[in-house]
Design a protein around this ligand. Structure first.
Ligand SMILES: [Zn+2]
Length: 80
């Protein structure tokens, strides 16, 4: 998984790198441009697949939905 750092104050986004490098970059950037403070709108962006692209997440989500449906049906039967 790769990460990129974005500084909203400078409106700059850096390239993809490892998480360690991205957080090093953030620390350096804070020191050099923002006097060690936290700039507005900074964020880390990862290239991780979204939940819908990950079949394993879908299976877990489906299982949870199934459990919820079972609980709902059980409530209807038992009338509580
Ligand atoms: Zn900045």
């Amino acid at each position: 998984m790769a990460w990129r750092y974005r500084c909203g104050t400078c409106n700059t986004t850096w390239g993809w790198m490892s998480k360690t490098n991205a957080s090093d970059l953030r620390d350096r950037h804070r020191d050099q441009r923002h006097g060690g403070g936290t700039p507005d709108g900074e964020e880390f962006i990862s290239n991780a697949a979204s939940a819908t692209d990950d079949p394993q997440t879908l299976i877990v989500f489906g299982a949870l939905l199934g459990l919820g449906a079972l609980a709902w049906i059980w409530q209807q039967i038992t009338g509580t």
